[in-house]
Design a protein around this ligand. Structure first.
Ligand code: ADP
Length: 707
């Protein structure tokens, strides 16, 4: 058709419009619709070339077509973008008004490209009209004829009439394309989700995220960097395509480069020309040899905290598609959860490994059984000590390995099933060759893979048993071999004293030293025997009613010489109406001597010592107070157990027999012993002892003794 052809009658025009409208609406694919609209319009007004551009709701070009004679050009959106910004089409879109250009060389709205220079293709005539549907601008159509002045008003009205029909068809096709695009995004995300969730290993998860990003966004390369909390740097952990693994491990400071900018701001970004962006750091490209042209980057967060970034580099078709950020953000959301799961898994594995190491490296045999006592696990030490192989042990029950103390565990281990507390008893462990060793058993219910099991620790106590028996030997040696000679010395000293001349001070003091020393040895041996007796829970034998004052006096008498030698003052405060005690007199006298002896020993010369007594809840409380160095609170508990628990510790002076004996003796009477002390101020040792029944109340007067 040419302009010389007469224009159509109104009927013909109506018919034409009806036909084109049917034609437009018979397709839904945007590109097909565009080509048809353009082709039909060109044919009907006699244009030689034309373009059609479709824009989204923000006016951004999303699809286009160019027809040159009979050539249909595709992938033209990028090329036409500039027309919408600076050319005639842009003017039409901005003003939503059609334009008729009779001579393109004379109209400033016509954008001249290099190939469109006046001297190459010459002046032309053009018509451009907006495509509008439901009051929305959906695009622009531009038609060109190479002869200036070819198009007139009538052409313009016809194009406008066709454009009115085309608008709706284009809008529908655009909406259809939009929904297809969204479906594609959802599909890509769903696929990404299933791929990255198919593993729990952190490195694999990261690698899969990178690979999925590259595939879903159709880019040359993708990379994932995680934030190192300690250094505050981004560390590249996974790369797909591009620089590949040589980028892995590289670090970027937060704030540095585009990734660093995204990590700091927490917002996604698309940079179409990386090397022209001031945030871009060409250094990484220089190091890897990869050329970054465009970047899309999005932050990965976990519980509202940024943990890393995901980057897509260099889209295969030159420019990022419109939905790039939507897809990238979607993948980042999935990545946040997948990474946190994988990290939790790593932590769990580490915890498991720590437990495993503790289990394997324990110096004691550890056995895990099910709730019926069947062995399901045994550590290295259990295998070594028992002599059984792992397979042999796994076929045994815990009762084959040691004598289960049913009194503690219950016949069917029910005590262990019912409570989670540790059950402790002594037993013997059966070794592979038929031998046995003494063990202390610690059994406890534990949960393994959320099912209840029992953990048995079988501590070898051969050594301790050996020491115990040595101690018992020593004690019976004292009992049998020292006690009677010692009593002999004491009675001989008594006889000797009666035979010696009176009033000879020298002889008197020598005899006194002999007497006190033997008394001291006797007290020690008696205490040692008492500790042995009391430890094995033997009952108190000889309790009698005894007044506090005579008992205290007796004790003071025993330490008087050392007290005087150190010129210490001793104050005694005992209320007159204090009830008498009901105790093993000799034993408690030794308790008091021990406390006083320590007070004198640890207090400096000329220091003060005080004894107090008072009734307390049906008992009598007696305290020995000194102005010695005091005892640090960390020590206060264990000084009463020093002898039984620690025996003699290397470097410590005393054996710790004294206070251990005091505790056992007082507890044997149903009383208590404790210390209150402040370093640098002094100590107050207190004991409570049973008081005698009321009718046997003895009266005492407060006394002040010694200096
Ligand atoms: P030993 O004096 O043989 O070590 P004891 O059982 O009498 O044994 O005392 C245990 C420890 O308690 C002592 O070694 C000492 O460190 C501390 N101790 C006991 N009494 C006093 C006291 N009055 N002042 C400071 N320290 C004391």
């Amino acid at each position: 058709m040419s302009s010389t052809q007469p224009l159509r009658s109104p009927q013909e025009t109506l018919k034409l419009l009806y036909d084109v409208s049917r034609e437009f609406n018979s397709a839904l694919d945007l590109r097909t619709v565009l080509q048809r609209v353009l082709f039909l319009t060109m044919r009907n007004i006699g244009a030689q070339s034309g373009s059609i551009i479709v824009v989204d709701e923000h006016g951004e070009p999303i699809e286009s077509a160019i027809i040159h004679g009979s050539n249909i050009l595709s992938q033209t959106t990028q090329q036409l973008r500039i027309t919408t910004e600076q050319g005639l089409a842009g003017w039409v879109m901005r003003n939503r008004t059609a334009a008729l250009v009779k001579d393109t060389s004379k109209d400033p709205r016509w954008l001249r490209r290099p190939d469109d220079a006046v001297d190459r293709t010459g002046p032309k005539s053009a018509i451009s009209t907006p495509l509008i549907a439901r009051e929305q601008l959906v695009g622009v159509i531009t038609l060109v004829n190479s002869t200036p002045g070819k198009f007139g008003r009538q052409h313009l009205s016809l194009v406008q009439a066709i454009a009115d029909q085309a608008g709706v068809a284009v809008l529908n096709a655009r909406l259809y394309a939009e929904s297809k695009r969204q479906a594609r995004v959802m599909g890509a995300l769903a696929e990404t989700a299933s791929v990255i969730n198919a593993t729990i290993k952190l490195d694999e998860v990261l690698q899969r995220i990178a690979a999925q990003t590259r595939q879903a966004l159709n880019v040359q390369a993708s990379s994932l960097a995680l934030l190192d909390e300690e250094t505050g740097e981004l560390v590249f952990r996974a790369v797909d395509g591009g620089a590949g693994s040589q980028l892995v491990g590289m670090r970027l400071k937060v704030g540095e480069g585009i990734a660093g900018w995204v990590a700091r701001r927490g917002q996604p970004v698309i940079v179409h020309h990386a090397h022209g962006d001031p945030r871009f750091q060409p250094e990484t490209d220089r190091r890897t040899g990869f050329y970054t042209s465009a970047i899309a980057c999005s932050p990965i967060s976990q519980d509202g905290k940024i943990i890393g970034v995901l980057e897509a580099l260099n889209p295969q078709h030159g420019r990022f598609e419109r939905d790039t950020l939507m897809v990238l953000n979607g993948i980042c959301n999935l990545a946040g959860t997948a990474i946190s799961h994988a990290q939790l898994f790593v932590q769990l594995q580490a915890a498991h490994q720590r437990y495993r190491d503790l289990f394997e490296d324990s110096l004691s045999p550890i056995i895990i059984t099910d709730m019926e006592g069947r062995i399901v696990e045994a550590n290295r030490q259990a295998i070594e000590t028992s002599g059984f192989s792992q397979d042999e042990l796994y076929r045994m029950s815990i009762a084959d390995l040691h004598q289960v103390d049913e009194q503690h565990t219950g016949e069917r281990l029910e005590a262990l099933q019912e409570s989670a507390r540790t059950i402790i008893y002594e037993s013997v462990m059966h070794l592979q060759g038929g031998e046995t060793i003494p063990v202390q058993v610690l059994a406890r219910r534990v949960s393994i893979e959320s099912r209840p099991h029992i953990q048995w620790i079988l501590r070898d106590i051969t050594e301790r048993k050996h020491i115990d028996s040595l101690r018992n030997d020593l004690i019976s040696m004292i009992y049998h071999d020292l006690r009677s000679p010692l009593s002999n010395i004491i009675s001989s000293l008594e006889i000797l004293r009666s035979m010696l001349p009176q009033n000879d001070e020298t002889i008197e003091s020598v005899v006194q030293i002999a007497e006190r020393s033997t008394e001291r040895i006797q007290r020690l041996t008696n205490s040692l025997l008492d500790v042995h007796r009391l430890e094995s829970g033997k009952p108190m034998l000889s309790q009698e009613i005894v007044g506090v004052v005579p008992l205290v006096d007796d004790a003071i008498e025993a330490v008087r010489l050392s007290l005087e030698a150190k010129q210490q003052s001793l104050e005694v405060a005992i209320p007159p109406d204090l009830p008498a005690l009901y105790v093993d007199k000799d034993m408690i006298r030794r308790v008091l001597i021990n406390l006083l002896d320590n007070a004198v020993k640890y207090t400096a010369s000329q220091g003060r010592i005080r004894i107090e007594a008072r009734p307390r809840d049906e008992m009598v409380e007696i305290s020995v107070i000194d102005t010695g160095p005091g005892i640090p609170s960390s020590e206060q508990e264990h000084i009463f157990y020093k002898f039984t628990r620690l025996r003699s510790r290397p470097g410590s002076k005393g054996l710790g027999l004294g206070l251990t004996f005091c505790r056992l003796a007082v507890e044997g009477h149903g009383g208590r012993i404790w210390v209150k002390s402040q370093v640098g101020v002094g100590s107050r040792f207190s004991i409570t002892l049973p008081s005698a029944p009321p009718e046997s109340l003895l009266t005492h007067s407060a006394e002040v003794a010694g200096n």
